[in-house]
Design a protein around this ligand. Structure first.
Ligand code: PBG
Length: 324
């Protein structure tokens, strides 16, 4: 006697009845990059289909997103002015503030999460204020200016703050700052498990945020560590995070599952730039069936336990889902 598993694989009707995981357009958040200036949009060589946009173009893109059923954006800003402390993002007239307001004016229903970090704003490209003694980011000094940045995003109308700098204590700091400044209902999506990954290369081209010296290994996590990832996540949960994140996604599906098994909070998976670029270039070279591989990859993140998938494929994936 043996079990005939194939009975439930006979045709699409029965396969779809027993299917355990299904992607929908509700699963995705779409990253957008706004750059200072007036130029419409510039495609990124390492990421075909991904653009730096000016404010008008971002607003236009939000309209297109809503048409395909994409209701949330993760916003990154690339300013002209960079200095040692990232002053551009610490004023009410910052690029990201102006962009949030412009989107909300035309599309108030668009859900805007903002990336909160300093690497796009500093001349050295690190994710905070440097400590000259250690040549690394000064954790506690960076917490102070992160709180300021969060309030500026909140005042401009952001719906969610997503701190990506991997500073210890960031969730406690931001929760307190938001609560004290009249934003107790603004959620925080913690980049709780952000690895010091080589998969961020293409993003740093788009965001113009490659560190001018050193790397990010003194603040981002060692890619070898599973248990530490759980600890980081549970700490952020304790500090008041509303959503936890694992980033990158594809090489870290085991970590998504580990965290899923240890928390009841929603989990976001960030399908990062290098993962997108590999697939896109392989597809363009005719080496893989791009659309099927893409959907399989996104599904694997949901199956691993992610509730939210942050991906540069979001628009393409929604178009495919809408046509099915
Ligand atoms: C840092 C930040 C990074 C990404 C998002 N926020 C890169 C880094 O740590 O250098 C990576 C996103 C991607 O690769 O798609 N603010």
């Amino acid at each position: 006697m043996f079990k005939r598993f194939r009975r439930l694989r006979t045709n699409e009707a029965i396969r779809s009845l027993v299917r355990e995981t299904v992607l929908t357009s509700n699963d995705f958040m779409y990253p957008l990059f706004v750059k200072e200036g007036k130029f419409d949009k510039i495609e990124i060589g390492s990421m075909p289909g991904v653009f730096q946009m000016d404010i008008d173009e971002v607003v236009k893109e939000c309209g297109i997103m809503l048409e395909v059923g994409l209701k949330s954006v993760l916003l990154f800003a690339i300013p002209d002015l960079k200095d040692s402390v990232g002053s551009e993002c610490l004023c009410d007239h910052s690029l990201i503030s102006r962009t949030i307001k412009a989107i909300k004016e035309k599309y108030p229903q668009m859900y805007i999460a903002t990336d909160l970090c300093f690497c796009e704003y500093t001349d050295h490209g690190h994710c905070g204020i440097m400590d000259p003694k250690t040549q690394s980011v000064d954790n506690d000094a960076t917490l102070e200016i992160s709180a300021q940045q969060a309030i500026i995003h909140a005042k401009a109308g952001a719906d969610m703050i997503a701190p990506s700098g991997m500073m210890d204590g960031i969730i406690t700091t931001l929760r307190k700052a938001l609560d004290e400044n009249g934003f107790p209902n603004l959620p925080i999506m913690a980049y709780s498990t952000k690895f010091a990954s080589a998969f961020y290369g293409p993003f740093r081209d788009v965001a113009e945020s490659t560190p001018s010296f050193g790397d990010r290994r003194t603040y981002q996590m060692d890619v070898a560590n599973r248990l530490e990832a759980i600890e980081e996540s549970l700490e952020d949960e304790k500090e008041g995070a509303d959503i936890l994140m694992v980033k990158p996604a594809l090489s870290f599906l085991d970590v998504i599952r580990d965290i899923r098994n240890n928390t009841n909070l929603p989990i976001a998976a960030y399908n990062v730039s290098g993962e997108y670029a590999m697939l896109k270039h392989a597809g363009n070279a005719g080496l893989i069936d791009y659309e099927r591989v893409m959907m399989e990859k996104l599904l694997s993140m949901k199956r691993a336990g992610a509730n939210i998938i942050i991906t540069y494929h979001a628009k393409e994936a929604c178009e495919i889902l809408n046509n099915n």
